[in-house]
Design a protein. Structure first.
Length: 115
């Protein structure tokens, strides 16, 4: 999917694997972020700022960070936030319109999938 601001999203799924894989990969200028929900790990790969002539892949300096992630389940946080919003009257992190738009996007993807 290509957005009006030039951002590109590649969404894929497969039924050819028996294991549980839930990953989110984000690319931006000079940085790659990989979040593995099932494995509960996060890696941030960032190209060093130093500009130099690159002749081979070994000439590229990449800084890899592995920030600590909380052990709790993400679904727990989602439900806890939802209940907190109801009990304390807080504004939700995601609005109803944003939720509706996300469901609309998911339905559009399903409609256009090729099996």
């Amino acid at each position: 999917m290509k957005y009006s601001n030039g951002c590109v999203a590649d969404v894929s799924a497969t039924q050819c694997f028996n294991g549980e894989v839930q990953k989110n990969k984000n690319f931006s200028d000079g940085q790659f972020v990989s979040l593995d929900y099932a494995g509960k790990n996060l890696k941030v790969y960032k190209k060093e700022a130093e500009e130099k002539k690159i002749v081979s892949l070994s000439d590229i300096d990449i800084d890899v960070k592995k920030p600590e992630l909380p052990i709790n389940e993400l679904l727990f946080y989602e439900l806890d936030n939802f209940l907190s919003n109801i009990v304390k009257g807080k504004k939700p992190a995601v609005s109803g319109k944003q939720g509706r738009d996300a469901v609309g996007l998911a339905l559009n993807i399903l409609k256009n999938m090729v099996f």
